[in-house]
Design a protein around this ligand. Structure first.
Ligand code: ARG
Length: 376
């Protein structure tokens, strides 16, 4: 039997949407989409709905534009030139864990699009005023397991050791034990328990890595997946918080070649590549790390191109970002940007984004960072 909620407890557990935030957002949408006409009628309705229920329901247009604005405001993202093209999948009617998992799988298929990657967000119901909302546990829809055998001995992605252990604790038998075993999804419906769902192989496009000149490279048996789909960052629009709103764009080569495969606390492959290249690794001053890093990045770009899978390179993406910035300024808007995320992790100074500073205002709508994942 359910206990009745004591009304006196409401103020601590229960948090109404801020009507001013809702109003600001609705006004922005009407300003930016003049075909909607004046905002006042809609603002009155929204205020009345918040007064009555503690929350309000976005129209499909508000949700779509709000999600696009969250991308436009993402100060760490270099790929924002195409923010208007974001495909917004409105799945606010899907509440059970199995339904959410099925829609995440469909998200991957829509985003993958046979290799011509499309930016997509799938939006599940927002958190209720009591803070409960659906959640996808794990930082991306597609991640490779990290099996920890002993201290410092990990097969797979060391950043996923915890996620792998969580999946095991929920009953995942484990994959075949390769360094690139795809983890299952872990989904929690609002107020429910975490549940496991395997990703079907045909929903996860992967690219085998080879190098245009170094023939031994293909024998390293390296892969990466085509779609980076962030799963754990809540989407905040007009005072509402969508706790499950996975979103994806396409990869920038350096994310894979200069970070995922190269970082010493990830796949740590520079020593392996350098050794195969015959480089002298006895001193940092031989630049063996730098030389291996470049070849690893050449391999990533070459392999995605060969597989017909969209992948940006840091030179053209930097140019595009400056185009975006100029367009935003021309529209009379600030484009928030975080230098330390925008500048690529290789060859920073040979890209134009290095040679300037940026405003880094915190604007909403926004995707909240995982560390602020709570609903308040
Ligand atoms: N850096 C993350 C990764 O390597 C992905 C972050 C989002 N990247 C993107 N291109 N949308 O998996």
């Amino acid at each position: 039997m359910q206990c009745p909620v004591d009304a006196a407890q409401r103020p601590t557990l229960w948090r109404s949407v801020d009507p001013d935030e809702a109003e600001d957002f609705v006004r922005t949408v009407h300003d930016e989409l003049p075909e909607l006409g004046p905002a006042d009628g809609r603002i009155n309705d929204v205020r009345a709905e918040i007064e009555r229920t503690g929350s309000y329901v976005h129209t499909a247009t508000e949700l779509t534009h709000g999600a696009r604005l969250a991308w436009r405001n993402a100060s760490r993202c270099i790929g924002r030139l195409y923010w208007r093209s974001l495909v917004v999948r409105d799945r606010r009617d899907v509440t059970d864990a199995a339904g959410i998992a099925a829609e995440c799988i469909e998200h991957l298929r829509t985003a993958t699009n046979g290799g011509r990657i499309r930016p997509v967000v799938t939006v599940f119901p927002p958190a209720a005023p009591d803070g409960s909302g659906p959640r996808i546990l794990g930082d991306q829809l597609v991640r490779y397991a990290g099996y920890a055998f002993a201290k410092d001995v990990v097969v797979g992605d060391p950043s996923q050791v915890e996620a792998t252990e969580r999946a095991r604790a929920l009953g995942w038998p484990g994959g075949p034990g390769t360094p690139f075993d795809v983890l299952p999804l872990v989904v929690q419906a609002a107020g429910g328990r975490p549940e496991l769902f395997e990703l079907p192989a045909d929903a996860v496009l992967e690219v085998p890595l080879s190098h245009p000149d170094l023939l031994w490279f293909a024998k390293l048996g390296l892969w990466w997946h085509a779609v980076p789909a962030i799963a754990r960052m809540p989407l905040e629009i007009g005072g509402l918080v969508y706790t499950a709103a996975p979103f994806s764009g396409w990869y920038l080569g350096t994310e894979i070649g200069a970070r995922n495969l190269a970082d010493t606390d990830r796949y740590d492959l520079l020593p392996v590549v350098a050794e195969r290249m015959g480089l002298d690794t006895t001193s940092d001053r031989t630049m063996w790390k730098d030389r291996a890093l470049v070849e690893l990045n050449v391999a990533v770009l070459h392999s995605f191109d060969r597989a017909g899978v969209t992948l940006a390179d840091h030179h053209s993406e930097s140019e595009r970002f400056l185009t975006h910035l100029a367009r935003e300024e021309a529209a009379g808007r600030t484009c928030p940007a975080d230098w330390s995320w925008i500048v690529p992790p290789v060859s920073g100074g040979v890209t134009p984004v290095f040679h300037r500073y940026y405003d880094d205002a915190a604007l909403t709508p926004r995707f909240r960072s995982a560390s602020e994942a709570s609903t308040t």
